[in-house]
Design a protein around this ligand. Structure first.
Ligand code: KIV
Length: 273
């Protein structure tokens, strides 16, 4: 008889159960197979293949130029490594906004071709009919409200949402619309903590905060931010747990020194006959 504990697959239903039980949900972004494998081992609940990869992997200033092909490609790599965590694919800018039909075709590709188990898309009340249709067709959807990075040019920068009554009302109405549309979860990005708390208490879907205070049902951060592999933008809500960039630089410097001094390769690292 095997003594290995049975691995419990995280599903969209797990998110809802965790919310009901008050167990906090842990989400990190992942973009490649080996990082996803490490995060799997760490026991996170979900891996989000965020369009943030356009910035933290590809070096662009924002997420707008992330293409479907790029997102599908990276989602496939992450899904191949994720046996336990829920894999959520971020729908890139203009892959779902122009029509519900476009959204269906592209969301379908994430589930059919890349192994994603849910998609995430940005937008409030105006996206609710499209989200409802995707869910009716069997595609689980994570919403994303508050500061939505694909609308960076409309926002004119990373402004904390919920500081005006009009802004607060829009975010609250959007949360209710996405909840009624059937989202299993919703990212609440860069909003005041009281607003995120109010939404979390009012909706059935699990809220996952990023810069939204402690009262959300879970938290998400970008993996490259928390391990110190991206420092172009350093938001106040990011907590850094490692400095991997410094370790890479140290290793590369030592390698250069060893090559230049002739100490690499040694006899043990060579084939002498
Ligand atoms: O693209 C992304 O990584 C995201 C998360 C930070 C929520 O949308």
């Amino acid at each position: 008889m095997s003594t290995t504990p049975k691995m419990k697959k995280i599903t969209t239903r797990t998110f809802l159960k965790k919310k009901q039980k008050g167990d906090r949900i842990v989400v990190l972004t992942a973009y490649d197979y080996y990082t996803a494998q490490i995060l799997e081992k760490s026991g996170v609940d979900a891996l989000l293949v965020g369009d943030s990869l356009n910035m933290v992997v590809y070096g662009h200033n924002n997420t707008l130029s992330a293409e479907m092909d790029k997102m599908l490609f990276h989602t496939r790599a992450v899904a191949d490594a994720a046996a336990r965590s829920l894999v959520i694919a971020d729908m890139p800018f203009m892959s779902y906004q122009s029509s519900t039909e476009t959204a269906i075709v592209n969301a379908g590709k994430f589930l059919k071709e890349s192994g994603a188990e849910a998609v995430k898309l940005e937008g409030g009340i105006e996206m609710a009919p499209t989200i409802k249709r995707l869910i009716e067709l069997g595609i689980p959807v994570m919403g994303h409200i508050g500061l939505t990075p694909q609308s960076v040019h409309r926002f004119g920068g990373a402004r904390v949402q919920g500081r005006t009554e009009v802004g607060r009302n829009y975010v609250i109405e959007s949360a209710h619309a996405l909840d009624e549309a059937g989202c299993f979860s919703c990212v609440l990005e860069l909003m005041t903590a009281p607003l995120a708390e109010k939404i979390t208490k009012a909706v059935k879907m699990a809220t996952i905060g990023i810069g939204a205070g402690t009262h959300c049902d879970g938290q998400v951060l970008v993996i490259n931010d928390i391990i110190g592999m991206y420092d172009q933008i350093t938001p106040r809500f990011v907590r850094r747990y490692a400095n991997v960039a410094a370790e890479i630089e140290k290793a590369a410097k030592q390698f250069s020194e060893d090559v230049r001094s002739g100490s690499y390769p040694s006899d043990e690292e060579s084939f002498l006959e």
